[in-house]
Design a protein around this ligand. Structure first.
Ligand SMILES: N[C@@H](CCC(=O)N[C@@H](CS)C(=O)NCC(=O)O)C(=O)O
Length: 233
């Protein structure tokens, strides 16, 4: 299949969103050409976001030939269905199921406590940091025991679904660590995950799409101030 925007592909995204980053990285890895519309979530929501995603009103929204597809994982599966190469999932059905399990674990167990770090304070914040750290250690154990450790990525020589989902969140993990003076991942405690991140962030597609640390940190500070002020008021 020709990778060109004659297919009418468009992404509505927000630069600081890890859910949008996973879609951007997958699009770039697969070589799709697409239009991009930045949704300034700090200012509100555009009419097109509300029209294309009336249920969740969130980004990313992927549009193919005027038809919207929402939810980052649904979009990634759609991209895989649209163009198999390079594959995001291994060929073996059992290996595919294991990747899907750990992606699901990441979204259900790691993302929620990570997301709440920025809006919590004191003991409550320590609790969600510890929860995130503990689940990252569980993922580390799986990375060491269930997946080959001699290859650069979880399933071999190419970045796949798990690399994209985990790797795209790392910029936020680093920002949250700096914001709170904590350490959720390190070469000592999560060595395999750290190697996976190194391989992932070394990819051209990732370098192009990953937000810069200082810009993301400033955004996280603004977000925290805004939410804490809302909670106080
Ligand atoms: N489960 C969704 C989460 C998407 C999400 O939470 N997007 C955030 C940006 S990081 C958003 O659009 N927030 C605006 C809102 O929900 O009001 C996915 O995987 O796509």
């Amino acid at each position: 299949m020709e990778a060109s925007n004659e297919m009418g592909l468009k992404l509505i995204g927000f630069w600081a969103s890890p859910f949008c980053l996973v879609v951007e990285v997958a699009l770039k890895l697969k070589g799709f050409t697409y239009d991009y519309q930045e949704e300034n979530l700090e200012e509100g929501k555009s009419e097109s976001l509300l029209r294309y995603n009336p249920i969740y009103k969130s980004v990313p929204v992927f549009i193919h030939d005027a038809r919207p597809i929402v939810e980052s994982l649904v979009i990634l599966e759609y991209l895989e269905d649209l163009l198999r190469e390079p594959p995001l999932l291994p060929a073996d059905p059992f290996a595919r199921a294991r990747v899907r399990f750990w992606v699901d674990f990441f979204y259900k167990k790691i993302v929620p406590p990570l997301r709440s770090i920025v809006v919590k304070e004191g003991v409550e914040q320590e609790k969600v940091i510890s929860e995130s750290t503990q689940h990252l250690r569980t993922l580390e154990q799986a990375a060491a025991e269930e997946f080959p450790t001699e290859t650069p990525f979880f399933c071999g020589d190419l970045p796949g679904l798990l690399d994209i989902v985990f790797g795209s969140t790392v910029c936020w993990i680093r920002v949250l660590e700096e914001l709170t003076g904590s350490q959720m991942m390190s070469k000592e405690t999560t060595p395999v995950l750290c190697r996976r991140i190194e391989s992932f962030t070394g990819c051209h597609a990732v370098k192009e799409a990953m937000p810069k640390h200082e810009k993301l940190l400033a955004y996280a500070r603004r977000l925290r101030e805004r939410i804490l002020a809302l909670n106080a008021g």
